[in-house]
Design a protein. Structure first.
Length: 202
């Protein structure tokens, strides 16, 4: 009888210890997840502020390419035609060359909301630049998912892009939607890897 009680007690104690360890791991993991979310949110806010404060004046001047994007977005928003009268073109003719459509069509909603201003034209590039911080975080988290320092690598990648001088500059001007292509490239790669992983499991 005593032996049975002793065995039962040991099993109960072992089960209790395992449950406590499992609970402790869950608490630690949840804490890490929440901390990573807050750090990422902080980086996104900082990145947005860096890319939008005094956007209409810095950098100085307004490039001809930016003006072309803004004016074509304005004409598309109000007439559905570009500056040459073409209805919803796929490529936009401007100054003897053709502009890609991503930057112009992405600018249309902001022209409708805020009017035709330097700030509203450049805002699109700033938003894509900020979204790129999220994009690089998701991509590096997926690429290094088996690495023990995955979260640190992803956050450092997001930090470096947040304060990257070239990304900040390109996010503050509307030149051919460079930050948009960077964002779509990262997100496209991220979703490709996730879909590939899904099919490998199934």
């Amino acid at each position: 009888m005593n032996h049975l009680q002793s065995t039962t007690t040991r099993k109960f104690s072992s089960l209790k210890n395992n449950s406590m360890k499992h609970l402790h791991r869950r608490v630690i993991n949840n804490f890490k997840v929440q901390t990573n979310k807050y750090i990422l949110l902080f980086l996104l806010i900082v990145g947005l502020l860096i890319r939008t404060v005094d956007l209409q004046h810095i950098p100085g001047g307004f490039f001809a390419d930016e003006a072309s994007v803004g004016y074509n977005a304005y004409t598309i928003a109000h007439t559905g035609k570009d500056e040459h009268g073409k209805l919803f073109p796929f490529f936009f003719e401007a100054f003897g060359e053709y502009k890609n459509p991503v930057a112009i069509y992405s600018t249309v909603p902001f022209i409708l909301l805020f009017g035709l201003h330097e700030w509203s034209v450049r805002l699109v590039s700033a938003l894509f630049g900020t979204a790129g911080i999220l994009g690089i975080y998701l991509l590096t988290s997926t690429l290094f998912k088996k690495h023990h320092a995955r979260d640190a690598i992803a956050l450092l990648s997001a930090l470096f892009l947040t304060i990257s001088p070239w990304d900040i500059h390109l996010s503050r001007v509307m030149l051919e939607g460079i930050t948009a292509y960077l964002f779509f490239t990262m997100m496209g790669t991220y979703f490709f890897l996730r879909i590939h992983e899904h099919f490998r499991r199934h």
